[in-house]
Design a protein around this ligand. Structure first.
Ligand SMILES: Cc1cc2nc3c(=O)[nH]c(=O)nc-3n(C[C@H](O)[C@H](O)[C@H](O)COP(=O)(O)OP(=O)(O)OC[C@H]3O[C@@H](n4cnc5c(N)ncnc54)[C@H](O)[C@@H]3O)c2cc1C
Length: 379
């Protein structure tokens, strides 16, 4: 009886309508809607509690609208409104009003709020459950996790930057216009002086430096989040040293230097992320498996749209499951919707890195195009 162990494992696992692997924004959004619609939902999240993530933490207008629809109010969480974009390359500075109301809030606070809403809506949220394998069965999907097994008719893959064995993302082909790699991402929070804090109020400050770019904005506890992307070979030429990288940024950007002069880092060391498959879009899916968030598509970070795409795709996946739409159709439609925004964001991100003088000259136009055309439709 070769099938026996498999059958025994499956019957030992509690069976639900939907299993969600990963409790970030995409997984949390899907859990809320599905549980509200009366589906039995189990969400497995590997972390045990609130945690920091590599993210610029800029919430676009669409992200805020989605959060509002999902019943997550960011105001009591202390989100800081952002109305203005400031951009600097060498001595060239540009300031522009954003065409939508934006905000910033730490992922530590936001992700927990979303998971709290999912619990309220009736989803079973299991923390400290790291899924090692997600395999198809006769009745749907089976997740083998650190504390047990879970089976469901539908599964939602929402592990963000972390690929699950057997479901890994591939980078766009070497010659693809969407390929944009060799970048490392960092995040650090800084305690600024009262004057520096005052000068940054209501603003996201973007600066370009040789080999990369970064963004700085205040978050709810009054500290400032510095999110930074740099080409790997450029970081190596700086001795792979964080203090040297900060000096490099400040030497290229007097405005960033003014904000960071004397600023105190909050985390013992910056958070870091490598091998980000920018430009990726998942085109197809096995039956009853819906990939969402960074598992569905990865847009260059500076567009400030990754979180709205995560929420958008989580909402669409929930609606697809409720409407009985197949995962293949869902995945294809989502990939089609995101092609334009990802292509535009990739073009501008490459320009900032490879032709910064051109990008700086065209910045007012480019940022307006980005703000208007990388947006996902709120549905
Ligand atoms: C440098 C940088 C800056 C960025 N800045 C911005 C910005 O300013 N604005 C913006 O909108 N977007 C930004 N983004 C993009 C944004 O962070 C992502 O697009 C978004 O977090 C994707 O959400 P998600 O739910 O797909 O994944 P995540 O938020 O990564 O959540 C995935 C969850 O799955 C869990 N998980 C992973 N593996 C497992 C497993 N095996 N079992 C169980 N749980 C698991 C993780 O613990 C995590 O909580 C930035 C990205 C980077 C890299």
């Amino acid at each position: 009886m070769p099938d026996e162990p498999h059958v025994r494992l499956e019957s030992a696992a509690a069976h639900t309508d939907v299993l969600i692997v990963g409790g970030g924004l995409a997984g949390g959004a899907a859990a809320i809607l599905l549980a509200e619609a009366g589906r039995s939902v189990t969400l497995l999240e590997r972390t045990r509690g609130p945690h920091d993530k590599v993210c610029g933490e800029f919430l676009s207008g669409e992200a805020l609208q989605y959060l509002h629809h999902l019943g997550v109010d960011v105001v009591p969480l202390g989100a800081k409104p952002i109305t203005t974009l400031r951009f600097q390359h060498r001595s060239r500075c540009m300031q522009q009003q954003l065409p939508f109301a934006a905000a910033s809030l730490t992922r530590r606070a936001l992700d927990e709020a979303l998971l709290g809403r999912a619990c309220q809506a009736g989803a079973l949220v299991l923390r400290g459950e790291a899924v090692q394998a997600l395999t198809p069965t006769a009745s749907g999907w089976l997740a083998s996790a650190s504390q047990g097994q879970h089976s469901a008719t539908h599964a939602i893959l929402a592990t963000g930057k972390h690929d699950l064995r057997g479901h890994a993302r591939t980078r766009p082909a070497a010659r693809s216009s969407l390929r944009h790699d060799g970048l490392l991402a960092f995040n650090q929070y800084f305690r600024l002086t009262p004057q520096q804090t005052q000068a940054l109020q209501g603003t996201v400050q973007i600066a370009v430096f040789p080999g990369g770019y970064c963004g700085l904005q205040l978050v709810e506890d009054g500290t400032a989040n510095l999110g930074l992307l740099i080409q790997q070979n450029r970081l190596q030429s700086l001795g792979s040293s964080w203090p040297k990288l900060l000096e490099h940024v400040c030497a290229a950007s007097p405005q960033m230097a003014r904000y960071l002069h004397g600023a105190q880092p909050v985390l013992p060391k910056p958070l870091a992320l490598a091998h980000i498959p920018y430009g990726y879009r998942r085109q197809t899916a096995p039956a009853n498996l819906y990939a969402v968030g960074d598992q569905a598509a990865v847009i260059p970070s500076f567009s400030g749209d990754g979180m709205s795409i995560a929420l958008h795709s989580g909402v669409l996946a929930a609606r697809a499951i409720l409407a009985g739409q197949s995962s293949r159709v869902f995945q294809r439609q989502l990939a089609r919707q995101l092609r334009g925004p990802i292509a535009l964001a990739t073009f501008v991100s490459r320009a900032l890195l490879h032709t910064p003088t051109f990008a700086a000259a065209a910045a007012p136009y480019l940022f307006r195009q980005i703000a208007l055309h990388t947006r996902v439709p709120v549905q």
